[in-house]
Design a protein around this ligand. Structure first.
Ligand code: CUK
Ligand code: CUA
Length: 626
């Protein structure tokens, strides 16, 4: 107790000291003096820059206030940043192989990745309880192979990859969690013949190609995903979506484009109509229908035909190929972002329900009632060119990214007026505000995920990094504070208060764990015919055993347990020329499997620097020729 207090005191004092030093060194740049060899003058350092530096500087010994989780796009990863420093803390492999941690080499991770060595991660979704991030898990979709992954936030590791989810071709943006993480919803970007593998000519597009939204059930105890139910939709493209909350809990909203049902020249053909739709789906009603057995088995999923469940799906007209749809924190409005129209359209959920209850429809399409547009829409906000996504703060403001204009527009949810605009560099896609998708956003910070960096960083050749910009929301004017380069390609991010996440320090000792050994006497090599099992222990700075002799052709199962129960003491394990590699975190047991198909002598060594004797942590695998 006493020790902790001293440490905290030390950190506080050190932090204060560094802070003062920084303030001094910055202020000394405005007065023409020399500090630490740095010649500084008044020119070039404005009050704004000093303010920005102080707001983003996190001194040694202090920690960031928020975690920012950003998808890594076609790199398949999840990036973890600290806010406000915008330092990248970790990259978590999800749909990709990552040799730094052996992800894609260990038996467990190989099984998770299955047939695919890549994925296209788009939309991270933090688990929620009562519409608030609870810090337990993060789910993320794979646009390329119709999968969903779960990252456990107690260890920041991928624990499940679910899919390919039957019948859903390319679940791009329609991916989100319901307010109590009951379901992870995904809808198809591509219409396609179902189940997968069915062949049908493009000429049969309108009849044979289907859109599908899948509701993947999440176990509230451990986050385990399983097939829930699916609903058949018209052969349109489904883009972003959001779950209702508060008054609109039980509903979800999807944007559609290509209601033209084109299958060639999409960039022209799918933009013909002045209006597409936001689709409003009563998921609780469909859940009940699935329970009542109103389903057909298609491709191993329980699929509902919405025509069998009247009142479960409605269409809300929305200007030209809308992109994002965002539900306000109180659940009272859903907002369509125009993409090809310079406006966001604000719809009232209450008015929508009134149309539904009084059957105030203006027609139907593909059997779905189209609700009265004039009545449902409460405002069209002229935000600027290329609105894609909207986020919220704690003061009743909305922030919309403007892709074409390279700007963010701030507007009021009270009078629907634009109150501020700031330039970002360049071409923002998503925005992420602090706790922005919850019923209770924090405001404070907004991160703009920009698609192009152009001249913002030192050149690295023809292709430049992506850029994330941190924006201060604490005053009435937005202020860009910091530019943070990033790898391809964050599509979306979510920001959660750091103290909501509780990590563990070491993997607990568990004698019952498959392959685990905790004493050097128990380390051994066991042979059963051609099958050899190695039970290895890694402890600073030695492997037990440090020589393993087997025969050419043996099937090898190799367990490695790190018995350094000491935070951050991770050992690696790599076998030369055998493409075998993994890490074992403190207390963790890893499993590797391979066939010893080449005779010879193969050194193995610890890849992860672990002590002054790290270089001595090695051994030999001897493979006797046949
Ligand atoms: S999205 Cu994925 S391509 Cu979420 Cu606007 Cu951009
Ligand atoms: Cu163990 Cu390096």
């Amino acid at each position: 107790m006493h020790k902790i207090k001293l440490k905290t005191l030390f950190v506080a004092v050190a932090g204060l000291f560094v802070g003062l030093l920084l303030a001094y060194s910055i202020s000394s740049q405005i007065s023409p003096t020399t500090t630490g060899g740095l010649k500084a003058s008044k020119e070039g350092v404005s009050e704004d820059l000093i303010d920005a530096a102080l707001k983003t500087y996190v001194p040694p010994g202090q920690l960031d206030e928020y975690y920012l989780f950003a998808s890594g796009g076609h790199s398949g990863q999840l990036f973890v940043y600290g806010v406000p420093s915008m330092r990248r803390i970790r990259s978590i492999p999800v749909f990709n192989k990552e040799s730094a941690v052996g992800y894609g080499w260990t038996t467990e991770s190989k099984e998770m990745l299955g047939d695919f060595a890549w994925g296209d991660a788009h939309h991270p979704a933090l688990s929620e309880t009562k519409g608030d991030y609870d810090g337990r898990w993060l789910f993320m979709n794979d646009n390329a192979n119709s999968r969903v992954a779960r990252v456990n936030l107690d260890s920041f590791t991928t624990q499940q990859i679910f899919g390919p989810v039957p019948n859903v071709y390319g679940p791009h943006g329609s991916v989100f969690l319901t307010p109590n993480s009951e379901y992870f919803m995904m809808a198809s970007r591509f219409a396609g013949p179902i189940p997968y593998g069915t062949y049908s000519e493009l000429d049969n597009f309108k009849e044979d190609y289907k859109g599908v939204m899948a509701a993947i059930a999440i176990d509230p105890k451990d986050g385990e995903m399983s097939v829930g139910w699916e609903v058949l939709l018209p052969p349109w493209s489904y883009d972003l979506s959001d779950a209702g909350k508060g008054v609109s809990d039980g509903w979800c909203f999807l944007t559609t484009y290509n209601t033209e049902e084109a299958y060639h020249l999409l960039e022209v053909e799918s933009s013909q109509r002045e209006r597409d739709y936001i689709m409003a789906i009563n998921w609780k009603m469909l859940e009940q229908a699935a329970k009542d057995g109103k389903v057909k088995d298609i491709g191993g999923a329980k699929v509902i035909d919405p025509m069998d469940v009247p009142g479960s799906v409605y269409l809300v007209p929305c200007a030209k190929s809308p992109h994002g749809v965002d539900v306000t924190p109180d659940g009272k409005y859903f907002i369509g972002n125009g993409k090809l129209a310079p406006t966001v359209t604000v719809f009232s959920f209450e008015n929508f329900m009134e149309c539904v209850n009084t059957k105030d429809f203006q027609g139907e399409e593909r059997g779905f009632p189209i609700v009265n547009y004039e009545k449902t829409r409460v405002a069209e906000v002229e935000v600027g060119l290329g609105p894609l996504h909207t986020q919220f703060d704690d003061k009743g403001n909305a922030y919309t990214s403007l892709f074409v204009e390279s700007a963010v527009a701030k507007w009021s949810l009270t009078d629907f007026k634009v109150t501020d605009k700031t330039q970002v560099h360049y071409c923002p896609g998503h925005l992420a505000s602090a706790e922005g998708d919850t019923v209770n956003p924090d405001g404070k910070y907004l991160v703009s995920l920009n698609k192009l960096a152009k001249d913002k960083y030192l050149s690295v050749g023809p292709s430049h990094p992506e850029s994330m910009q941190l924006i201060d929301l604490t005053s009435s004017k937005m202020k860009v504070l910091y530019d943070s380069p990033t790898d391809p390609e964050p599509h979306f991010a979510q920001m959660i208060k750091a103290d909501k996440i509780k990590t563990f320090e070491v993997y607990p000792k568990d004698e019952a764990r498959e392959g685990a050994v905790y004493a050097k006497e128990d380390a051994k090599v066991v042979r059963d015919g051609n099958n050899v099992t190695v039970y290895m222990m890694a402890f600073r700075s030695r492997y037990y055993p440090d020589a393993v002799e087997i025969n050419e052709g043996d099937h090898v199962t190799w367990y490695i347990t790190n018995t350094d129960f000491d935070e951050d003491i991770t050992h690696g394990f790599g076998i030369m020329f055998y493409d075998i590699n993994c890490e074992s975190q403190p207390g963790q047991t890893q499993k590797l499997e391979f066939v010893a198909d080449k005779a010879g002598v193969y050194p193995y060594y610890c890849t992860n620097f672990c002590s002054a004797l790290h270089q001595e942590m090695q051994g030999y695998l001897l493979i006797k020729p046949k």
